[in-house]
Design a protein around this ligand. Structure first.
Ligand code: BGC
Ligand code: BGC
Length: 607
């Protein structure tokens, strides 16, 4: 069991006098104990104040900030595209978050707000923040120490904007790469995902969640089986027996709970037809009971709404199943909004349909985390952390991640590394000069975007130009129309940015235009080095045979120099496939491996 959480002593639970409840009479050791403090505070709270703690509203839905105070809200989040109204700099984020916090601190009990955000590959919503490779690339590093350092950097940038909660790490174990969230998972091996999930949790929270200014609450997600849905359909149905669910999808939760992860997000998906958000057996019996999870469970974005057409019923079922905090993207004027939620839950408690003990358990869990994080003592932001957002020190760590994430799949006649003194180098493929494609989804906008989506960072083309000798002539010919006298061609191809819901595919072929581009490069007679930017393995067909060297670069993020570091031999290739690479687009459950893959998990050449 997790040692950083302490059970509440019995006598505190029954303590009645107000002085005791305020903590004045508590023995010294218990005064600072988050469990005792949470219990004492809980005893003073009205039902409205308790229900408020269980509500998390999207910043965009909060048209009137004062609603944080009015409804005693426990949490605010910024969804994938919910930026502050007055700009997307680190400073405007800090200002906006502080304004929400100030509202919470004006409530009767001054319970601080927990602000949450999808910092899933760096602090990726913030303009100018360093963007790390998506998890699939981090999985290819097979390097837990590096994952921990990367998440430490992310924690510093997150905390620098006044935020202390990241909806990360995603510890899904994606099976079918048709799933558009395949890249959010470290790989298809539960042991690898567990090891890196633990490293990420420690990177974000520290050895344990604490009052340290850059200790950021981690959130393991999405419990459970999000990556096991039939045909890799997002938010779909995972069909398997319990032994299989436990074997493939449970180990990363066991491991991160042991490492002290303070929050877990529940999955949109279903298990054998039952929505996870209503599954009491898995949420309460398994997660909180068997695995001893002492933190709190947060729902996914409007996910309880999917249980049934009746919102009030959804609230009843999800809270009774074990959800502690509900993520609500809608404000007044829209269906299933937070005002409605609060009224409904209050009525459900009054009617005895949601037991008072269930509410108390939820609030106790949330408060315990807030006490543990020292939020009651201070919600101030260390401005030195704000100054580190996108710093060169942070970029250096991301560059190291990029270097270690590259997987060399082919290297005929040792065409790689290329000599820095090569005379004429032609770079083809528009993706070579597209920071947005390099970063993928969950970058500034929810689905990501093309082009210069953020400030700072280096495209692969710019990185090549900065790495080769001044005498080398570099030509950028996006459509490969100018290949004349090339001594080598570097082709950068791959998938356009996408995220959840929009990223599912029915086939996995590399785009025909990319295949044709590589064929054109090959026809020039020069050696062709292909760099694939993608969130998953793709079916390569002739693109592989037409390439002399082939590098899977995943979605490396802003630090393109990490690619050039390895292409030109300053560092060696060390990345290994974090999942199987299918030979065809035939749907396959990669864990069971019914189809003979093109490359096995763990494959990767070193030269
Ligand atoms: C995603 C989560 C994310 C949440 C908040 C959901 O749609 O599934 O991974 O944390 O939105 O943006
Ligand atoms: C939000 C995301 C969220 C998604 C789900 C988007 O508008 O920005 O955070 O996950 O909606 O519907």
């Amino acid at each position: 069991m997790n040692s950083s959480f302490t059970k509440t002593p019995k006598h505190i639970l029954t303590a009645g006098c107000l002085i005791c409840l305020l903590g004045v009479n508590l023995p010294a050791a218990e005064k600072n104990n988050p469990g005792s403090r949470a219990e004492a505070l809980l005893a003073q709270m009205t039902l409205d104040e308790k229900i408020g703690q269980m509500v998390q509203v999207d910043s965009k839905a909060l048209k009137d900030r004062a609603d944080v105070q009015k409804y005693f809200l426990g949490s605010v989040l910024s969804g994938g595209s919910s930026d502050p109204a007055d700009g997307n700099s680190a400073a405007s984020w800090l200002k906006s978050v502080t304004e929400f916090q100030d509202q919470a601190l004006q409530t009767r009990l001054k319970i601080p707000l927990l602000y949450g955000i999808d910092a899933v590959h760096g602090h990726n919503n913030i303009d100018g923040a360093v963007i790390f490779p998506h998890h699939i690339g981090m999985g290819a590093t097979h390097d837990p120490k590096l994952v921990e350092r990367a998440e430490r950097v992310t924690a510093e940038e997150v905390a620098g904007t006044g935020i202390r909660w990241a909806f990360a790490p995603c510890i899904t174990v994606p099976q079918d790469p048709h799933w558009g969230r395949t890249y959010e998972g470290y790989g298809d091996d539960p042991a690898l995902v567990s090891e890196l999930g633990v490293a990420a949790t420690i990177g974000l929270q520290g050895k344990q969640l604490s009052a340290e200014p850059a200790s950021v609450l981690a959130c393991a997600k999405h419990f459970i089986g999000d990556g096991g849905t039939t045909n890799g359909v997002d938010e779909g149905n995972t069909v398997c027996d319990e032994a299989t669910l436990r074997k493939i999808h449970l180990p990363p939760y066991q491991a991160t709970i042991k490492a002290g992860v303070g929050s877990i997000m529940v999955s949109y998906s279903s298990w054998n037809g039952v929505k996870m958000h209503g599954n009491k057996y898995l949420l309460t019996n398994v997660l909180k009971g068997e695995l001893g999870f002492q933190g709190f469970l947060v729902s996914d974005w409007a996910a309880i709404d999917q249980i049934s057409p009746d919102f009030k019923h959804d609230i009843e079922q999800s809270i009774n199943a074990g959800l502690d905090m509900i993520m609500i993207p809608n404000g007044p004027g829209k269906a299933n909004n937070y005002v409605e939620f609060i009224a409904d839950l209050k009525a459900l408690v009054a009617a005895g349909r949601v037991p008072q003990e269930r509410i108390d358990d939820a609030v106790r869990r949330i408060l315990r985390i807030k006490f543990q994080m020292g939020l009651f003592e201070s919600t101030a932001t260390d401005r030195q952390l704000t100054a580190t957002v996108g710093s060169s020190e942070h970029r250096a760590v991301a560059r190291e991640c990029v270097r270690e994430s590259l997987v060399l799949l082919k290297n005929e006649k040792q065409v790689l590394p290329l000599a820095k003194t090569i005379k004429r180098l032609v770079v083809v493929g528009a993706a070579a000069d597209d920071l947005g494609v390099q970063c993928g989804g969950w970058t500034i906008g929810w689905q990501g975007g093309h082009g210069n989506v953020t400030h700072g960072g280096t495209t692969i083309l710019a990185a090549i130009r900065r790495t080769i000798s001044p005498a080398t002539q570099v030509t950028f010919s996006p459509d490969a129309s100018d290949l004349k006298d090339a001594d080598a061609v570097i082709a950068v191809v791959g998938e356009p940015p996408y995220a959840e819901m929009k990223g599912d595919r029915k086939e996995l072929n590399l785009a025909a235009a990319d295949v044709a581009l590589i064929a054109k490069a090959k026809a020039s007679g020069a050696p062709v080095v292909t760099i694939l930017l993608s969130g998953r393995p793709l079916v390569l067909n002739s693109a592989l045979s037409d390439s002399d060297a082939f590098v899977a670069a995943w979605l490396p993020g802003t630090e393109g120099l990490g690619v050039a570091d390895v292409l030109f031999g300053d560092f060696k290739f060390t990345g290994k496939l974090p999942r199987v690479w299918p030979a065809s687009g035939v749907r396959s459950n990669s864990f069971e491996k019914p189809e003979r893959p093109l490359f096995q998990t763990g494959f990767g050449l070193t030269d």
